[in-house]
Ligand binder design. Structure first.
Ligand SMILES: [Fe+2]
Length: 447
């Protein structure tokens, strides 16, 4: 328990039991508390007596929490903390603009409330204060990326400002399609998960062993790399004209994936190595990751886990090229000797081996890497697999790979427009690439 604090707090909450519980917790911490059941009474009392803070529910009779916030901010300048539920996300945004001093999520957790008060009164903080939470601890997801109707196991946050997040829902609450629609209609596009929760959300378990190791790679180097990635994605790939919604959805998934990867020293080293080895390979890999997740969206594969696997598989699909010299990877295939072609064609197997050696990367990600040059006619490499034998995620990455070979400038190629590239995919790769997936990619360009 904190030492006695001589601050006066006004609580406005229409639920009797909840109001009493709140009052009890605050008094136990040494605060002096007045509690009322609606916004109008709260405003009247706040005008008559002096308070250091107001804590209010949002939905109340007579005068709701937002109206109360508005009146108090205008007339009395007392800081107001709002209690928010997941169903009140839109109002939360309104409250941010109106200058609410803090938020805590319902169902009520004592530590969240006390953390808000500590920030407000600048009391010595305990570890869970969230006003100083670095942005890099969170992964951003478009609201569309949340699987609707599913019970979300993790805390969900909204970003208020740089390094400041508010928890708007605790794990275990349902996220219905109606709620998602109502947020979208209010122009709320992003929700945030803590990185550790994002890993669980997408089923990424590689860190189970790695978490015990302490990171040895310089943090500023990682941050620079992440920034670089954002720039490459934006500047080099958006020019290709995929529709905005698909693009941003995919871009968020790629950025979150790269952020997760950057926490893993082994994976991060591989990624920077790709970038150092050849700018082209890195831009190409980001492109393949991006368009693979775009295709998944068009195929209505809504699972965030699936898109994450595609993003990760896309990022690392060519990692087996890291040991090949520039004289092989930068030259057109027709100019290579038979031995050089043999080496080049070993990169899918080599890449899968490299990733497998890192630890528990899921098997289907390894298959993406290993099978991204197979083709449906059985004429691909390394194994000459046929359609049904090739992993569906690898088939997606194959299409994205061929597309990126055409639209992203390479060492010896001039990029085509998406229209030209789609035409080329449809004519040159008849039967070899999955036609349904080519069509899905075309839809994202409205072609
Ligand atoms: Fe490749």
């Amino acid at each position: 328990m904190l030492s006695k604090v001589s601050k006066r707090i006004l609580v406005a909450e229409d639920d009797d039991k909840f109001r009493e519980a709140l009052k009890h917790v605050l008094e136990e911490q040494g605060y002096a508390v007045a509690a009322v059941g609606d916004g109008r009474s709260a405003l009247q009392l706040a005008t008559l007596e002096s308070f250091d803070a107001v804590i209010t529910d949002i939905r109340m009779p007579e005068m709701n929490g937002i109206q109360l916030l508005h009146s108090i901010r205008e007339k009395l300048k007392i800081p107001v903390i709002l209690m928010t539920g997941f169903s009140e996300l839109a109002e939360t945004h309104e409250a941010i603009e109106m200058g609410a001093a803090g938020f805590f999520a319902k169902p009520f957790r004592q530590e969240d409330l006390l953390a808000e008060l500590r920030v407000l009164f600048a009391l010595p903080s305990e570890p869970q204060v969230r006003s100083d939470t670095p942005d890099e601890n969170f992964c951003r997801l478009r609201i569309d990326d949340f699987v609707q109707g599913r019970n979300i196991q993790f805390d969900i946050w909204v970003r208020l400002a740089e390094n400041r997040f508010v928890k708007i829902a605790h794990g275990g609450q349902d996220l219905s399609i109606d709620r998602i629609r109502s947020y979208k209609s209010k122009n709320i596009q992003y929700l945030y998960l803590e990185k550790s929760d994002f890993r669980k959300y997408v089923g990424f378990s590689v860190t189970v062993a790695g978490a015990l190791r302490k990171s040895t790679i310089d943090k500023s180097r990682k941050m620079n790399f992440l920034k670089h990635t954002g720039e490459v994605v934006l500047e080099n790939l958006h020019l290709n004209g995929v529709n905005e919604e698909s693009f941003f959805l995919a871009k968020d998934m790629i950025e979150s994936t790269v952020a997760i990867v950057s926490d893993e020293d082994d994976l991060f080293s591989l990624l920077t190595l790709l970038n150092d080895h050849s700018d082209h390979i890195y831009a190409h890999s980001l492109g393949v990751a991006l368009y693979s997740t775009v295709i998944a969206r068009e195929l209505k594969w809504t699972s965030a886990t699936t898109r994450f696997k595609l993003a990760l598989g896309g990022l690392f699909h060519d990692v087996g090229k890291k040991e090949l010299g520039r004289e092989i990877i930068d030259r057109p295939r027709r100019d290579l000797t038979a031995e050089e072609i043999r080496l080049l064609e070993s990169h899918p197997t080599r890449g899968a081996d490299i990733l497998a050696s890192i630890g528990s990367i899921q098997g289907d990600i390894l298959l993406i890497v290993k099978e991204h040059h197979e083709n449906l006619l059985g004429q691909g490499y390394p194994l000459g697999l046929k359609k049904k034998q090739i992993h569906p995620l690898a088939r997606v990455v194959s299409v994205a790979n061929e597309f990126c070979n055409l639209v992203i400038r390479g060492p010896s190629t001039v990029p085509l427009s998406p229209e030209q590239a789609m035409q080329r995919l449809k004519t040159l790769h008849v039967g070899a690439l999955d036609a349904e997936m080519i069509l899905a990619l075309g839809r994202s360009f409205r072609l």
